[in-house]
Design a protein. Structure first.
Length: 197
């Protein structure tokens, strides 16, 4: 989100338009909609299996999801190679304030079941839960059940920090930002090297 906002802002666009561009970029299932996707997936698990799902049933469901070509939402992170510390904080909070919530109990079971399965696959660099594995469930528990609104919360929570950076960029007269361009030849070479590594 921050990169889109600052890139659009570097053209001296109106700050409102910068935020709109950033939120539009954020509203994909791999980023701002991630906690919504997790919540919908968790609810689908419960709809199909009931709230008293056993560990074996959950393992079956996870394998079914993976074998259908989908990912288990809420696990893995582009940068982290361990459990997301934000997940750990949310887990502590949930253990204290909503231990009986059936969705939270399912998240806890997933924490036990999913990492070993993803490790067994051998393709996943980080099998651990990320912040999205919990956040949608917490929002839902406290009455924010309209999952399409989660992206707005995600964006608004970052707007003050990003907005101040936009002001500093303008005060310092920073230049127009452009994404780096590469040729197809460069891209093919890069992919070959990455595949060989």
């Amino acid at each position: 989100m921050i990169f889109i906002l600052l890139q659009v802002g570097s053209a001296l666009s109106d700050p409102y338009l910068c935020f709109a561009a950033a939120l539009n970029g954020l509203a994909g299932p791999l980023h701002g909609l991630a906690n919504q996707e997790v919540l919908l997936w968790i609810k689908s698990v419960m709809d199909e299996t009931g709230s008293n799902i056993t560990t074996d049933q959950l393992k079956e469901y996870v394998w079914k999801t993976l074998k259908s070509g989908k990912v288990v939402p809420g696990f893995g992170h582009g940068v982290l190679r361990k459990t997301d510390p934000r997940y750990s904080c949310q887990r502590e909070f949930a253990l204290k304030y909503l231990p009986e919530d059936p969705l939270f109990q399912l998240v806890s079971k997933l924490y036990e079941v999913v990492p070993p399965i993803l490790t067994e696959l051998g393709k996943v660099k980080n099998p651990w839960p990320n912040v999205d594995a919990h956040s949608g469930v917490l929002l839902n528990h406290f009455g924010l059940s309209e999952a399409r609104y989660f992206t707005v919360l995600f964006g608004v929570s970052r707007s003050i920090g990003i907005g101040s950076q936009l002001i500093w960029d303008r005060a310092l007269g920073l230049p127009l930002e452009r994404p780096k361009s590469v040729t197809m030849e460069w891209l093919e070479n890069y992919c070959r090297k990455a595949a060989a590594a």
